[in-house]
Design a protein around this ligand. Structure first.
Ligand SMILES: *Cc1c(COP(=O)(O)O)cnc(C)c1O
Length: 350
């Protein structure tokens, strides 16, 4: 990384010039007295959601920042990680000019979002052991490479990458390294949010969809420098996180001990699942996982996928992903669900 790294050099020119939309709720300052809200053309009859939500989600950000030991100015929230990732594209990548790097096999949304934003996605495969191929990645970087996406732990392989390789990328790249930590709560590896003060060119995304058990509320979280967050804030839709989501998510974040207990149970179940899967005759490899799912290599993935489907179990067939021939991905479920999976696998022919 260049010593005089300046984030503004990476921001698209139109975004630099942009003045964000100022919503009714952005413009007043609460003075402590009971306010009368006649500013936003809302229906005044209270029903719990008749008012626009807080566009800056102050209470929720405060709770998250406290939990993660960061400042609220280092947090941006979105309608799922998908929106957060899309904002990152739109802030930094000039369509048809800039490019990004992704490292398949990995999460499919990076490529979809690159397509939507008309930004070239240069793919650099992981090694056959699903590790980062640092030399090849750095070789692919050009003047117009703005972002490198690292999914850590990686989906669908499940493994986390060693900190030293990620550090090498961060330190040798003049753009931004986006680290998607959707599964970090299941991992024994340290979160990169602890390095935000050291590296100005990283963005960490997390989500309430996995460990926090709230896929239905759609809340994605982005942690970065206050400077990066203020750029993303300029382009986010004003009311992108609805009131019900803010309330539900806040309750859940404040009950983090419950979340940690569930995560602990899921990890125990994961370890049990791994040792049971290793006993199944047609499973050739059970891959290392730091997430709440397990990738395995079987004799014939499509055949096994269909057999499970016929018996009422839905899993993910990853056989068409690069380096993933004949692999299946199992999410760790409840004790009963995992038991059912193993029982059914045991009945299938060798
Ligand atoms: C599930 C998942 C997400 C979560 O996306 P949301 O839009 O927040 O539900 C993000 N990244 C990866 C790699 C995932 O597997």
């Amino acid at each position: 990384m260049n010593k005089i790294f300046n984030i503004q050099n990476l921001v698209r020119a139109n975004v630099q010039k942009l003045k964000p939309y100022s919503s009714a709720r952005d413009e007043y300052k609460a003075n402590g007295t009971d306010m009368v809200f006649l500013d936003a053309n809302e229906n005044p009859f209270e029903n719990g959601v008749n008012r626009y939500p807080d566009p800056q989600q102050r209470d929720l950000k405060l709770a998250l920042a406290k939990l993660k030991n960061l400042k609220p100015e280092q947090v941006l929230l979105g309608n799922g990680s998908d929106e957060v990732l899309d904002l990152i594209f739109r802030a930094f990548c000039e369509p048809q000019i800039d490019n990004i790097l992704t490292l398949p096999p990995t999460y499919g949304m990076y490529n979809v979002l690159a397509g939507i934003n008309n930004v070239e996605n240069k793919e650099v495969l992981l090694t056959v052991d699903y590790e980062l191929d640092i030399k090849s990645i750095l070789n692919e970087v050009t003047e117009t490479t703005k972002l490198i996406f690292i999914c850590n732990p990686n989906n669908p392989t499940g493994n986390a990458f060693d900190a030293r390789s990620i550090k090498t990328l961060i330190e040798n790249f003049n753009g931004i390294v986006v680290i998607d930590e959707a599964y970090i709560d299941f991992s024994s590896y340290e979160s990169w949010i602890n390095f935000l003060d050291i590296y100005p060119n990283i963005i960490i995304t997390q989500t309430l969809s996995k460990a926090y058990g709230m896929a239905g509320v759609r809340l994605g979280v982005c942690y970065a420098s206050a400077e990066i967050i203020s750029v993303l804030n300029k382009i986010k839709p004003p009311y992108n996180v609805n009131e019900l989501t803010q309330q539900k998510a806040l309750e859940r974040v404040l009950a983090f001990d419950e979340v940690f207990n569930e995560v602990e149970t899921i990890i125990i179940e994961r370890e049990k699942m791994i040792s049971n899967l290793e006993q199944i005759g047609f499973i050739e490899t059970v891959y290392t996982t730091d997430a709440n799912f397990v990738l395995v290599k079987v004799d014939d993935a499509t055949k096994r996928y269909n057999q499970l489907l016929e018996r009422g179990i839905v899993i993910r067939n990853r056989t068409n992903q690069p380096l993933c021939e004949n692999t299946l991905r199992f999410t760790v479920g409840t004790k009963q669900e995992n038991k059912k999976l193993i029982e059914v696998l045991q009945t299938l022919d060798k």
